[in-house]
Write a protein of this length. Sequence first.
Length: 293
Amino acid sequence: MATNESVSIFSSAFLTVEYVDSLLPENPLQEPFKNAWNYMLNNYTKFQIATWGSLIVHEALYFLFCLPGFLFQFIPYMKKYKIQKDKPETWENQWKCFKVLLFNHFCIQLPLICGTYYFTEYFNIPYDWERMPRWYTLLIKCLGCAVIEDTWHYFLHRLLHHKRIYKYIHKIHHEFQAPFGMEAEYAHPLETLILGAGFFIGIMLLCDHVFFLWAWVTFRLLETIDVHSGYDIPLNPLHLIPFYAGSRHHDFHHMNFIGNYASTFTWWDRIFGTDSQFIAYTEKMKKAPKKTE
């Protein structure tokens, strides 16, 4: 009975979203995007699209999303939004981070990306425009993937903080006590594999088009770079997501090392009480007299 009611609720919600979508004006970018997508399909093989296309999407988006935070360090006005103001970025740290990123991206992640083609072939994942998912389907499934990844990340990340294994793997990611955007994927190769597995679980369960893979990559990179940015920018659209952790939540994890283990949402830390030190710190900072810039 309850199952039937749940299905009915979801069906009604889906129909409502479809109706709202039908009332929206036509997207002027849809036709150029359709032409570009079909051009790609006509000029490149599925292997090239799934492998090199995915690599290009990942690299381009990663460094594009890192760019604002990188530029903020040169803009005096943005200093007031920096969370740990006493720990500015250094060229030495950023260069070291960049070199490790290149190794992780091309020696660890690229071999995994090469498996994308075989995944899409085995599960008959479509590439064609006709089966391109609608925006609301992409949004709902990306949020679903975020919930799955966040759950995996919380428990495995917390495990990596165990005193018997912390110094062997996860300590590398905590080398920078004040995080910056580019540091989001700065990690030991084993950590890249362990925590990165959570990214693929949602794809295995929910992927119905190769474009969804790229949409989830976009969402995940935007989120992880934001929480590692070191800046709490007002009017951040990601804060519209219910229970979104944000940069202050994860920045405290780097500063304190204990607690705030989740990647995207706050509920696991709240349920298990691993945000207690963060809550106490936040309350203390609210009561502290504000310093003039």
